[in-house]
Design a binder for this molecule. Structure first.
Ligand SMILES: Nc1ncnc2c1ncn2[C@@H]1O[C@H](COP(=O)(O)OP(=O)(O)OP(=O)(O)O)[C@@H](O)[C@H]1O
Length: 340
C-alpha cells in the first residue's frame, strides 16, 4: 500500500497495463488479460497469471483481453481489471480516492473516451483525466514539448500506432491506425498457415516476432525452431523458420505504418517539418522494438529515427510526469468526477 492519497497514472494498453504512482514511479506492469469462470462469472486471475492461461483454458474458463485496437471492447471486464490493478497498487482502503490520469490513443471517439472515464470512475477514481498517448509518450521520452519546436512521435503499441507532430504542448498533426504489435502477430499466424500449413498460437507468434521478426534485412540470418500443429495431419510438428521469412510475413503491416508516418510528414507545416528533419523521429511503445523498424522508417521517410530509451514505459512515465503537474494541467486535461 502506498499511503492514503496516492494519485496514479495508468497506461491502459491493449497488450499491457502500466501503473505509475505519484512519488513512487512505475509500480506495476502486467498484461491486459483477465481469466473468468463462465459458470460463476467470477475472476480467476488477472495480468501475468491470466496471460499464462491464454489458449490453454478448459471449457468453463475464458482468458479475455478486454481491450482491442487500443480501445475498450469489453467494458465490464475492463472495469474489473482496473479495479484489481488499482487495489494492487494503492490498497483497498482509501480515505481519499485517487485522482487518475489514463492515456487514450489520439484517434479515439467521444464514446470511447466516455467508456474509459466511466470504467476508471467505477473502478474507484475520485476524478479521471485523459491524456493523449503521443503527448504522454513524448513527455516520457524526455522531450520538452512546451517549446515552439516540432517533435514527431511514433508510438507503436499492441493495438494502435499513433503518429503525431507535437509543438507548444499540443498535437499539430496526427494519425492513429489500428496496425501495431497484434497485427504483426496475426500476420505471422497467417504466414505460417499459408506457407507451412501449420497452425500456431498467439503466444508462439509473438515469440517469433520478438526473436526472429524484423522490418529490415539482418546481416546474418536468424533461425528459430517453431512448434505448431500440421493442418493436414492434425499432429504436432517442429519446423525451422528464418528471419528472412518473417520479413515477408510482416511486410504489409510494416508498410502501412511507414506510409502513415510519411503521410503525417506530408501534412506537417514546413517549419515544424524542418525541426523534425533536424532532430529525427522518436519511436516509443513495445512495437517500436521490432528489429530494424527504425531503419526501415528512416529509409522510407529520409529522416533519422531513434527508439526512445525504455520505449515500453514511456507512455506510463509521461502520464506520471503529467500527474506531478496535475494542478497546472487540470484545465487542459479532460476530466470527469468519480460517481462515488
Ligand atoms: N522486443 C520486441 N520486439 C517486437 N515487438 C515487441 C517487443 N517487445 C514487445 N513487443 C510488442 O509490443 C506490443 C506491446 O506494446 P505496448 O506495451 O507498448 O502496447 P500497449 O500500450 O499495451 O498497446 P496500445 O497502446 O496499442 O493500447 C506487443 O504487441 C508486443 O508483442
Amino acid at each position: 500500500m502506498f499511503g492514503l492519497n496516492s494519485d496514479i497514472g495508468i497506461d491502459l494498453g491493449t497488450a499491457s497495463v502500466l501503473v505509475f504512482v505519484k512519488n513512487k514511479g512505475i509500480v506495476l506492469q502486467e498484461p491486459s488479460v483477465v481469466a473468468i469462470d463462465k459458470n460463476t462469472n467470477s475472476i480467476l486471475a488477472v495480468g501475468q497469471e491470466a496471460r499464462r492461461m491464454l489458449g490453454r483454458t478448459p471449457g468453463n474458463i475464458v482468458a479475455i483481453r478486454p481491450l482491442k485496437d487500443g480501445v475498450i471492447s469489453d467494458y465490464e471486464v475492463t472495469e474489473k481489471m482496473l479495479k484489481y490493478f488499482i487495489n494492487k497498487t494503492v490498497g483497498k482502503k482509501w480515505i481519499f480516492k485517487p485522482k487518475i490520469i489514463v492515456c487514450v490513443p489520439s484517434g479515439v471517439t467521444e464514446v470511447e473516451k466516455r467508456a474509459v472515464i466511466d470504467a476508471t470512475n467505477e473502478a474507484g477514481a475520485k476524478m479521471t483525466y485523459l491524456i493523449e498517448e503521443p503527448i504522454a509518450a513524448a513527455i516520457g521520452a524526455g522531450l520538452d514539448i512546451a517549446q515552439p519546436n516540432g517533435h514527431m512521435i511514433v508510438d507503436i503499441g499492441g493495438g494502435t500506432t499513433d503518429v503525431a507532430v507535437i509543438s507548444l504542448g499540443g498535437i499539430v498533426v496526427s494519425n492513429s491506425i489500428k496496425v501495431a504489435g497484434d497485427k504483426f502477430d496475426e500476420a505471422i499466424i497467417r504466414y505460417m498457415r499459408k506457407k507451412h500449413n501449420i497452425m500456431i498460437g498467439e503466444r508462439t507468434a509473438e515469440e517469433m516476432k520478438i526473436t526472429i521478426g524484423g522490418a529490415y534485412p539482418r546481416e546474418k540470418y536468424e533461425v528459430m525452431n517453431v512448434r505448431g500443429r500440421n493442418l493436414v495431419s492434425g499432429l504436432p510438428v517442429n519446423i525451422e523458420v528464418t528471419s528472412e521469412e518473417m520479413l515477408e510475413a510482416l511486410e504489409e503491416s510494416i508498410m502501412t505504418i511507414a506510409d502513415s508516418v510519411h503521410s503525417v510528414l506530408e501534412k506537417t507545416p514546413p517549419e515544424l517539418a524542418s525541426d523534425i528533419a533536424d532532430q529525427g523521429i522518436i519511436m516509443t511503445g513495445g512495437g517500436a522494438l521490432l528489429w530494424g523498424l527504425d531503419k526501415m522508417i528512416s529509409k522510407r521517410c529520409g529522416i533519422p529515427v531513434r527508439v526512445a530509451e525504455n520505449a515500453v514505459s514511456c507512455v506510463a512515465k509521461g502520464t506520471g510526469k503529467a500527474l506531478e503537474s496535475l494542478h497546472l494541467l487540470e484545465s487542459q486535461l479532460k476530466g470527469n468526477k468519480g460517481r462515488r
